[in-house]
Design a protein around this ligand. Sequence first.
Ligand SMILES: [Zn+2]
Length: 130
Amino acid sequence: MPSYRIPSDDRVRASLVRVFSTRQIVDSQRRLKALVEKDMKGDERYRVGEPRLRLLAIDSGLVDLEINCRDTDEMRSLIKCPVCGARLKKVRNMTVFGGTVTLGYRCERCKYWTGLKRRVPTRYVFTRRA
Ligand SMILES: [Zn+2]
């Protein structure tokens, strides 16, 4: 039975730098996980969870994240970002009656956005920043 170690944040960040030093774009989260785990592999094997890797990539400042979503008919208020867990901001508009109406939500950390009908993230594309 192979055993796996959980790498530290620093170790994953260093690996992200190496991975993106040789490529411009990684077009899925699963692929990024495979590349990072391969990069870290030495005498020991490492495992990094996809949501954790996504967060470290977002906060690294190294890449731009493109979030592909599918539309749903689900109408539910959202508080936390489904991509990065940050608190979402409401997107509001003035009404002709002088009040405001919520049009949707957006995340300032990772740029996820949705209308009132929820957009569900399905794929992530990571592009190295120029
Ligand atoms: Zn977010």
